[in-house]
Design a protein around this ligand. Structure first.
Ligand SMILES: [Zn+2]
Length: 505
């Protein structure tokens, strides 16, 4: 029988062999089984018996190939049951030639959904297998993969009846998935000109963002609307992101690819596993992978445990998460745009509030938790003021809608990716600073004068200098200029040191 094993989001075709021989009745499994596979032995036996089939009382050897592939999870159950019924001579298996079989068995003979069916079916197709039998609850998900004929079963009995007497398999549900709810729109945000501009520039250049400000300044509202400014996922990206959500068991019901840049906002109390992935068996991708090609939002970022923030360092650098597992390492993609939000002060009162009794040291220490791993990589850092009543009334007609901003962002991204096409960068945030200080990208001294002054006076670090340059290019891209002018550099400097205060170099 053919099945599929997942390592990360990559599926590998697995052959399930069964052999019956003389000897004491027993089931021996080989081929690097993990704990779940050993449990499979008990599930398969109960399911076979409770489906009205005869359990072969002989020595049964089940082997999963290739032996070197670590195998996690319970998706092999149905293949194992079919293989051993075939070996026992109970079932002619020719009808399942060239068909990949996926599904966990319940003790009663029911077929249960498994995580990761989408990338499993994709892997089968790449290996030349274009027919799949999957759990009914996974059928819609499997059917979104173009070029595969998907059939479903809800019981082992249905599969047996199909093989033995040509009984019917089920079709994937054909009802259309419900329409997606509208995305949160920038038009909802009153005032906050600087905050709006900051996330527009961030969207254009793929820059990470830090939003500082008291509660009520709209940090969360802005962060939640960043995905609405990003380009929709193309086919490859949609498949990749959907595969991650499938492995997490979080794909929206009804069979639909994830087409929007995802948004993940883990709480600061989230476990390390919830943040970067983990768990027993087939590892669950964490928030940083579920946000792949989208936005990871850390609200009240200084409240996250130090080791949680530290664990994000590697994915932010490499765009992937490595999880150590028994039998090897699992890798999940994790290329995210990071937005962190923080109160400027541990008491969460506005700056200058008479009731704030925090010492300057306490404040520095609070934000200091973000330095190092995170703030170092964040280009846009601004401080937001609370929205005033005047803002609310003046702009009661609403701000510019996301769709209009997204159009500018798309043009800016196209300009940037054309400029860097000879290199390996797609967005300005990926361009190393030194590159922007060398010809042909070096700006004339008169345009970088405000920056040089701050560098000389020590109020801007060399790293900060490079970040401002990157932002200036994104601003020029948004405004349709082929290189930044002095105004773009000025605005970039404001997005870097917004509110006049610096949070790091
Ligand atoms: Zn305070």
């Amino acid at each position: 029988m053919l099945s599929v094993g997942l390592v990360g989001v990559t599926g590998h075709l697995v052959e399930v062999e069964a052999d019956l021989s003389a000897g004491l009745p027993a089931v021996v499994m080989s081929g690097l089984p993990d704990t779940a596979l050993n449990e499979a032995r008990d599930r398969v036996r109960a399911a076979v018996v409770n489906s009205g089939e005869r359990w072969p009382n002989r020595r049964i050897t089940v082997n999963l190939l290739p032996a070197t592939l670590p195998k996690y999870g319970s998706a092999f159950d149905m293949g194992i049951a079919a293989a051993l019924l075939g070996a026992a001579g109970e079932l002619p298996l020719a009808a399942l030639d060239g068909v990949v079989i996926l599904g966990e068995l319940g003790l009663d003979g029911s077929v249960r959904p498994v995580r990761g069916v989408l990338p499993m079916v994709v892997a089968a197709l790449r290996a030349g297998i274009n027919r799949a039998v999957v759990p009914l609850a996974n059928a819609a998900e499997a059917a979104v993969v173009p070029g595969v004929t998907v059939k479903a079963v809800e019981t082992l009995h249905r599969l047996v009846a199909y093989v033995r007497t040509g009984g019917a398999l089920l079709d994937p549900p054909s009802d259309h998935p419900p329409p997606e709810p509208p995305m949160l729109d920038l038009a909802d945000i009153a005032g906050q000109a600087m905050g709006r501009r900051a996330i527009e520039v961030a969207a254009a250049g793929g820059h990470h963002v830090a939003l500082f400000g008291p509660p009520g300044a709209g940090k969360t509202m802005l962060a939640e609307r960043l995905p609405s400014l990003l380009p929709a996922l193309d086919d490859d990206a949609a498949l990749e992101v959907s595969a991650l959500h499938s492995v997490a068991g979080l794909l929206p019901e009804g069979g639909r690819l994830v087409r929007r840049p995802p948004f993940q906002a883990p709480h600061h109390s989230a476990t390390l596993a919830a943040l970067v992935g983990g768990g027993s068996g087939l590892a669950r991708p964490g928030a940083v992978s579920l946000a792949h090609r989208g936005v990871l939002f850390l609200d009240e970022a200084p409240e996250f445990a130090a080791r949680a923030l530290e664990a994000l360092r590697q994915p932010l650098e490499s765009g992937r998460v490595l999880l150590s597992r028994t039998g090897g390492t699992t890798e999940y993609p994790a290329r995210v745009q990071l937005v962190v939000a923080a109160n400027p002060c541990p008491c969460a009162k506005p700056q200058g509030d008479a009731h704030c009794e925090c010492t300057p040291l306490a404040r520095r220490r609070y934000l200091g938790r973000l330095s190092g791993p995170l703030l170092d990589r964040i280009d846009v850092q601004i401080e937001l003021m609370p929205v005033t009543a005047a803002d609310l009334f003046v702009t009661s007609g609403g701000g510019e809608p996301s769709a209009d901003v997204a159009e500018r962002v798309a043009k800016a991204r196209a300009a940037a990716s054309a400029r860097w096409s000879a290199e390996r960068w797609r967005v300005n945030a990926e361009v190393p600073g030194p590159r922007l200080r060398q010809p042909p990208w070096r700006l004339p001294p008169r345009d970088t004068q405000p920056l040089r002054r701050r560098l000389d006076s020590g109020s801007l670090s060399a790293r900060g200098f490079d970040r401002v340059l990157r932002l200036a290019w994104s601003i020029a891209d948004l405004d349709g200029r082929d290189r930044p002018n002095v105004d773009d550099v000025d605005e970039a400097l404001a997005l870097r040191t917004g509110g006049g205060r610096r949070f790091d170099g």
